[in-house]
Design a protein around this ligand. Structure first.
Ligand SMILES: *Cc1c(COP(=O)(O)O)cnc(C)c1O
Length: 377
């Protein structure tokens, strides 16, 4: 057995404030759904609970939305790209400023991530900027995969116009945007991972008003079957079980109340951060939409100093998106444009502790530590 001493883990002392403290439905709230599984003796393969979960998820979106659940958002992105039948090896324009799952999903689909820079204010790809780059692409571009930055939605109308004008496929990675994603006119993938705002452990879904696309992805999650035992299209096994669906239904039952709790925690945080005006949350965070993380922008270059000072004060932080995907060894060979804004964001954006039950004392602790950081006012 390997002892803790031989495995190098980041250490956080027991009294420290963790950056995330997920809270999923409690056993008692899941139990009625588990009893339904016992009664039905149906455990996976699109049982009644999963069907109900998909319908309830789709009902959150614009008319005609169909939701297809998948084991996680990363697989949902990969399978959706595959279902789009894009030319093998073609480029998918995507931000480097995202979680690594976005780039992994593109590569796993047999496509090539082409890393573009983001807009400084929104931290997202801007359709006009992508259009300007298309003429300089180092190969055939077949799709664009914008990312909803830390749970904030991009301008959907602008992306619909972009799709119309360029004829390129657009798939939105809205993994962290369970709350803000309500429009299914662009195919959109949302994560239900434990660390996201509506967590079920592991899970994710594609939602789209293109029912054929959703059904294709659903078939791909179950060996390419479609009612018979003949594999009709390429596929895999990426289904959710009835047990996961039980957690999902319990989580949806609680979502209206949980959402308000997240808003309250965000309001406490915003009030605390009024003491440090150079620390700026995302536009609309905690007022128009919520997510499970508190991502703030610090004065240029202060991310490292803040990370160290907060750690010294027992406050954990996280650079959720590292230094941008283009810096990671796994993506070193993929093409990219110049990425000055990504590099700047990587030096100035950090995640502060946040949770559904974040206490005012916790916020005070974070603010005290921020105020002790050189360069932060
Ligand atoms: C969390 C996240 C993912 C991955 O979601 P999983 O469900 O964990 O696979 C992908 N993209 C972004 C932007 C994320 O935040």
């Amino acid at each position: 057995m390997r002892s803790a001493a031989t495995v190098k883990l980041p250490t956080l002392d027991p009294g420290a404030l963790p950056v995330a403290r997920p809270r999923l439905p409690r056993a008692d709230d899941i139990l009625p759904y588990l009893r339904r599984i016992d009664d039905a003796r149906w455990y996976s393969n699109f049982g009644p609970l999963l069907t109900e979960l998909e319908l309830r998820l789709a009902s959150r979106f614009t008319d005609g939305a169909v939701a297809a659940t998948v084991v996680n958002a990363t697989q949902a992105l990969t399978l959706t790209l595959q279902a789009m039948d894009l030319p093998a090896g073609s480029l998918v324009a995507t931000p480097s400023w995202t979680f690594v799952a976005t780039a992994h999903a593109i590569a796993q689909a047999g496509l090539v991530p082409w890393f573009l820079d983001v807009d400084h204010a929104s931290q997202m790809l801007h359709p006009a900027q992508v259009r300007d780059q298309l003429g300089r692409a180092p190969g055939q571009v077949s799709a664009v995969l914008p990312v909803a930055a830390h749970g904030a939605m991009p301008d959907i109308e602008a992306w619909l116009a972009f799709r119309e004008e360029t004829g390129l496929a657009v798939l939105l990675d809205a993994a962290a945007a369970f709350d803000a994603a309500r429009d299914a006119r662009l195919p959109t993938v949302v994560s239900l991972h434990a660390t996201k705002v509506l967590g079920i452990g592991e899970g994710g879904f594609l939602v789209t008003d293109d029912a054929a696309l959703a059904f294709r992805v659903r078939r791909m999650t179950t060996y390419g079957f479609n009612g018979t035992r003949e594999a009709q299209i390429a596929g895999t096994n990426a289904k959710l079980s009835e047990y996961t669906a039980a957690v999902g239904l319990a989580a949806l039952d609680q979502w209206p109340a949980d959402r308000l709790r997240f808003f309250l925690a965000a309001q406490h945080t915003r009030i605390g951060l009024a003491m440090t005006p150079s620390v700026v949350p995302q536009l609309g965070w905690g007022s128009d939409w919520v997510t499970s993380v508190c991502v703030v922008r610090l004065p240029n270059g202060a991310a490292q100093a803040a990370t160290e000072t907060l750690m010294a004060h027992g406050v954990e932080t996280r650079r959720w998106w590292g230094r941008g995907c283009h810096q990671d060894a796994a993506f070193a060979r993929y093409p990219r444009t110049a990425l000055p804004i990504t590099e700047r964001l990587a030096q100035s954006v950090i995640g502060l502790p946040f949770a559904i039950d974040l206490a005012r004392d916790d916020v005070d602790r974070v603010v005290r530590a921020l105020r002790a950081t050189p360069g932060i006012a």
